[in-house]
Write a protein that binds this ligand. Structure first.
Ligand code: SAH
Length: 253
């Protein structure tokens, strides 16, 4: 059987218990070597065969999966963060479906959660934004026309931009054409949860400049929105003494 596993954002102890157990039992591990922390491979049992998918094509990955399956072995396909975000898992699953090979999928902590933790941030601050937009800037890989950064920025929602730290001037321009201003808070989080993590807080007007100053060009997330401004939000209704919920009766003011 094939087990897709989310490795988490970097720190090896941020994999789930289920993911770690699958790694311990695996006969074969195919890991995304560009971003998965190799420290996780220490969980592999003796004799486990290990492949780095960063150096492989989809066809080569599938060939390994099929060969291991035919030999009755267990394979873990280890993706960075959570595999549902830019993980290219669908194309693997579709091929496995065609061949009748069984698989399951164990979620992981995505880097956008790791970045929020590093910033002590809450994306969904009452009175500020109740929406998180996860996206990327078009580069060598296209983005649908309806989802350009400029269009998405028109919402003024909390935004997390993947795969775009190498294009900061263009990201900044596109966001400024939407509903953000030069003063909108922004942040760059490089290698969230890794020992070499860097957290840079700035404004949208200084985003590209800060990227240059802190030498951040890859393996980083760009976060934008007023959720990063610590002083302006409403308190939650859920924990408000005057608000009745299913579990707690509110006191009259
Ligand atoms: N599936 C992954 C994303 C893979 S796409 C996830 O859920 O996190 C690769 C991009 O993710 C990188 O270019 C970078 O933008 C972001 N990324 C992955 N790990 C990161 C980390 N630890 N810190 C900051 N950004 C990270």
């Amino acid at each position: 059987m094939i087990h897709f596993v989310g490795a988490g954002p970097g720190a090896p102890d941020l994999i789930t218990m289920r993911g770690a157990e699958l790694l311990r039992k695996a006969d074969c591990i195919i890991y995304a070597g560009s971003l998965v922390n190799p420290a996780l491979l220490a969980l592999a049992k003796e004799g486990c065969s290990i492949y780095n998918s960063a150096e492989m094509t989809l066809e080569q990955v599938l060939d390994v999966m099929r060969a291991k399956e035919n030999a009755g072995l267990e394979t873990v396909r280890l993706h960075t963060g959570d595999a549902s975000i830019y993980g290219a898992i669908r194309e693997q699953m579709d091929s496995l479906d065609r061949w009748g090979i069984a698989y399951d999928d164990t979620p992981g902590v995505s880097s956008f959660c790791g970045a929020a933790a590093a910033l002590h941030a809450e994306y969904t601050l009452p009175g500020i934004s109740q929406t998180v937009i996860i996206t990327r800037m078009a580069g060598r890989t296209p983005v649908p026309e309806a989802e350009t950064l400029e269009k998405l920025a028109s919402h003024g929602a909390s935004m997390v931009i993947f795969l775009s730290a190498g294009m900061l001037p263009a990201v900044q321009d596109a966001l400024l054409r939407g509903n953000y201003t030069e003063q909108t808070p922004a942040a760059l989080v490089y290698k969230a949860t890794w020992p070499e993590e860097k957290v840079v807080r700035c404004t949208l007007g200084t985003l590209a400049k800060c990227g240059t100053e802190y030498h951040i060009t890859k393996t980083a997330l760009i976060l934008v929105g007023d959720f990063l401004r610590p002083d302006s939000y409403d308190r939650s209704k859920l924990y408000d003494p005057g608000f009745t919920t299913e579990f707690r009766k509110g006191r009259p003011e």
